[in-house]
Design a protein around this ligand. Structure first.
Ligand SMILES: [Zn+2]
Ligand SMILES: [Zn+2]
Length: 420
């Protein structure tokens, strides 16, 4: 029986992995420049954390979580996102007592039971940041600027930044009633889930992925008109700071997050070339979440980006790595008596930091030369009965396909060190 990876998960093979490694390297560099430190939280948590943190009645909690009972009957869930876990860790380790800004970034796999498609897997990777302890609008602008800087370092520049404000707990109520009143009239057009949401929490409808609901929402009331003066002035200040940072952005009054804890600024960074799944990153303020998860009232802001999507965007501009593994020396044995000798030479070269491969799997000089060529080796050294008897070898310079002068077998490692 041969096994296949299950639906919605995939292997990342070395040629694509070069993109992934680059994304991670750039992310670490940029985030650390802005004062973020890495945090690694477990991939599973108590299910209740996500029910509370993401919210019951949301698409994620209702339909997409990988929830299971462990052998002791604990109700656990594979994390569908990282923010709830980071907040949990922030509170568990009393980091709120530090009394200043606390900034984390993370990179890791998340899990959601969704219909797999390009750029969307059931195990998918996200990277993102969370900042705790400031409600200042300069932080909103700083975060959006940093996210764009991250994409720019990767060579992704023609991106669209959309921002909006979803208001606060104080002013959102009047928007929600207006939304409810409007949707009540069109109730028959809503999907069956949203008909229930309309009664329980109409805000959730803003996140529905089904087409009729999406277009109804677009025609519906505009949240900007319902913002209180505090939220309105916060938004204006964010806009002013973005201008100061030369960030071009677009207001999208229908950009919302249907989660109760999101407050004020929300944003999305979009690459139009990706079609229907075009958001590379999304984020916003969540000034109510720390309190919701049992901590003291703490303003916070963060973003997350899907790595599969970033890889798709990078592939639009570049070919997948032609990168060959680096081989400076290919040491081949064509006689059993030489096997130990080539093993030892390769080991000595690696200890000296030189990239070398050895091969005892073929006894044909011709096929060994072909292999060295395929691997892009710079020098080929073949050792067989003759070389052992004469105690000397003739390295071949693969770039000019020429045999070089004989070298003493005992001095071959020093020769290799010098020739590079
Ligand atoms: Zn408000
Ligand atoms: Zn719907």
């Amino acid at each position: 029986m041969r096994f296949k990876a299950v639906r919605g998960v995939k292997d990342v093979l070395p040629e694509e992995l070069t993109f992934w490694q680059e994304i991670e390297r750039v992310a670490r560099g940029v985030f650390e420049l802005y004062g973020y430190e890495e945090i690694r939280t477990p991939v599973f948590e108590s299910s209740l954390l996500f029910e509370r943190g993401i919210g019951e009645g949301t698409e994620i909690v209702d339909k997409q979580m990988y929830t299971f009972l462990d052998k002791k009957g604990r109700n656990l869930t594979l994390r569908p996102e990282a923010t709830a876990s980071v907040v949990r860790a922030y509170l568990e380790h009393n980091l709120d007592k530090k009394g200043n800004l606390v900034q984390f970034y993370y990179i890791g796999p998340m899990f959601r039971y969704e219909r797999p498609q390009a750029g969307r897997q059931r195990q998918f990777w996200q990277l993102g940041t969370e900042l705790f302890g400031s409600s200042h609008p300069a932080r909103d602008a700083e975060l959006i600027g940093m996210t764009l800087e991250f994409f720019k370092e990767l060579g992704l520049e023609n991106l669209i930044t959309e921002i909006n404000s979803v208001g606060c707990l104080g002013c959102r109520g009047s928007f929600v009633s207006a939304l409810h009143e409007y949707l009540q009239k069109e109730k028959g057009l809503l999907c069956s889930d949203c008909q229930i949401r309309l009664e329980k929490n109409p805000l959730r409808i803003l996140d529905c992925k089904s087409e009729p609901c999406k277009s109804l929402v677009l025609e519906g009331p505009d949240i900007e008109r319902y913002l209180c003066s505090g939220c309105h002035s916060h938004l204006k200040k964010v806009e002013g700071y973005l201008d100061l940072l030369d960030v071009s952005y677009k207001m999208n009054s229908h950009l919302v997050r249907g989660l109760d804890y999101y407050t004020r600024t929300v944003f999305e960074i979009i690459d139009r070339r990706l079609g229907s799944q075009d958001a590379l990153a999304a984020g916003g303020r969540y000034d109510e979440l720390v309190k919701e998860l049992g901590g003291p009232s703490t303003p916070a802001i963060g973003f997350a980006a899907g790595m599969e999507r970033i890889v798709l965007a990078l592939k639009k501009d570049r070919k997948m790595g032609d990168k060959k593994e680096k081989t400076d020396f290919f040491i081949a044995s064509i006689d059993e008596a030489a096997d130990g000798v080539v093993l030892k030479i390769a080991h000595s070269l690696r200890t000296a930091g030189l990239h070398s491969k050895f091969n005892c799997e073929s006894r044909s000089a011709k096929s060994q030369a072909q292999l060295a060529n395929k691997l892009g080796a710079r020098f080929l050294i073949i050792i067989g009965e003759d070389e052992l008897r004469n105690e000397e070898v003739r390295p071949k310079d693969m770039s000019v396909r020429k045999l070089l002068d004989p070298v003493d077998l005992s001095g071959i490692v020093s020769w290799c060190k010098e020739v590079l």
